[in-house]
Design a protein around this ligand. Structure first.
Ligand code: ACO
Length: 431
């Protein structure tokens, strides 16, 4: 953290405090309020952490106004175009792009950890057959701590490394098996001669009765979806992982907590919610009705796939995803699909509507990813598991960074208490 010598003065009552200001390498300065309570006997109030930096980090930078997303300094559009998911994983985890031999070594370590402990099959079978794949993933990833004891000691850097590789390697198998279980098909085991995305597609769509050939354009689109979701600095699920791990919990438990948080419709669940909304709209002539509902203050309905907490100009991932969507739909020849017609028309009408322009609401990455995944043949219930699979590397990179940080403390937010003051217990017969 760079010391700037600058300070902020805060005066209230008879107190005057001087608070240090730190400068990031890029982005707004940060007022350091760590000693505020000790020196001023006050807390700060910031529900939703809209103005609060909870850590320092070197992994990802977002400029929401410029619509910029950098991983270790590299712009996401360059990574999406020139790199591929496992290389981006290496970059996020270790801070630099790998040399050819480093990449080969990393890919082989990941590839050699793709199988699940065979006893985990029984664990899957314990779920109801109609369980949501996110419910299965939350359970199975949490249960990994019961299967891989030798990588749960967070104080051992080697165990942390093994846990990281295991999670990145096994997540496609875990997600694909959650899907296979939910549709009553046999589990397809990973194949180490396939790349990461092709392997995942095969584990999802192959059946033992016939050969399955992975289409390279679909594999590339899948890999791009993974790359675009790999990390997004201190979002809700990442902060959940950091908060869970601040207590020293094992990595599998922490990532399971991240998956649970991601499931919500305001976060990773938005891609499922978005496609369901497009289907509910059904035909382009019903769009104005839904736009009117989204604008109505008395209606809780929101246009799913629009808006973002940080991007108030455009989501740079959405740009790349839109291009990918065009490629995939072209390849599959499904330009006249009714959901797609609704999506295209809705995008156009919302972008032209002053309400969305004034509030800076643009289609986010989930708006387009749902369309691609649907075209590939994934049911909506698999959209968020795919996001979780891809985000695992981001969660792990942030988790590793946090554990290695000497300033790490257990996370413990304060509160503005507005409940009853002290009162005496009243016996039940007297109430
Ligand atoms: N449709 C209609 N109005 C909206 C939408 C939307 N999708 N999003 C925000 N608004 C409005 C709000 O009603 C609010 O209006 P007001 O100022 O008149 O009260 C204003 O825009 C600001 O909205 P906030 O909720 O304060 O913005 P915030 O930054 O907290 O929320 C969020 C961001 C949660 C993503 C929101 O835009 C939303 O709910 N979008 C739909 C869900 C979605 O697509 N989530 C995916 C996020 S991307 C991801 O997780 C990968």
């Amino acid at each position: 953290m760079a010391e700037t010598g600058k300070t902020a003065k805060l005066s209230f009552g008879d107190k005057e405090l001087e608070l240090p200001i730190h400068s990031p390498t890029v982005g707004p300065d940060v007022i350091d309020i760590r000693k505020l309570y000790a020196q001023g006997d006050v807390f700060t109030y910031d529900p939703g952490f809209t103005s609060t930096a909870a850590c320092d980090s070197t992994i990802t930078f977002i400029d929401g106004d410029k619509g910029e997303l950098l991983h270790r300094g590299y712009p996401i559009d360059q990574l999406a175009e020139k790199s591929h998911f496992l290389e981006v994983c290496y970059l996020l985890l270790y801070g630099e792009l790998p040399s050819a031999s480093e990449l080969e070594d990393f890919e082989s370590r990941v590839t050699n950890h793709t199988m699940l402990h065979e006893q985990m099959v029984y664990f899957y079978r314990g779920f109801r057959r109609d369980a949501h794949p996110m419910a299965i993933m939350t359970g199975v990833v949490g249960a990994m701590s019961a299967f891989y004891h030798d990588s749960t000691d967070v104080s051992d850097p080697w165990q942390r490394e093994v846990a990281s590789i295991r999670l990145i390697a096994k997540m496609p198998t875990i997600a694909a098996w959650a899907y296979k279980f939910s549709i009553g098909q046999p589990f397809v085991y990973p194949r180490n001669d396939l790349d990461y995305a092709s392997n995942f597609l095969r584990m999802c769509f192959a059946v033992p009765a016939e050969e399955y050939e992975v289409n390279p354009i679909l594999a590339r689109a899948m890999d791009r979806i993974f790359t675009l979701h790999a990390d997004h600095e201190q979002n809700a699920s990442t902060s959940t992982v950091r908060l869970a791990s601040s207590s020293g919990a094992n990595p599998f438990a922490c990532i399971a907590a991240g998956i649970a948080c991601l499931w919500g419709p305001a976060h990773g669940g938005a891609n499922q919610a978005c496609l369901e909304m497009l289907r509910e709209i059904g035909t382009p002539d019903r769009i104005p009705e839904f736009i009117a509902r989204a604008k109505d203050k008395n209606d809780p309905f929101r246009l799913m796939g629009f808006g973002h907490r940080v991007y108030k100009n455009f989501d740079p991932r959405a740009k790349v995803m839109k291009q990918s969507a065009d490629e995939v739909l072209d390849l599959l020849g499904i330009e006249n699909n009714p959901t797609l017609q609704v999506a295209k028309e809705l995008e156009k009408m919302a972008l032209e509507d002053p309400y969305f322009a004034e509030k800076k609401l643009y289609p986010n990455v989930d708006f387009y990813s749902g369309i691609i995944l649907d075209a590939m043949g994934f049911p909506t219930s698999m959209f968020t598991p795919i996001f979780a699979l891809a985000r695992t590397v981001g969660w792990i990179s942030q988790w590793k960074e946090m554990i290695a940080d000497p300033q790490m403390k257990i996370g413990r937010p304060r509160q503005l208490y507005v409940g009853e003051t002290r009162r005496d217990y009243v016996d039940v017969e007297d109430r």
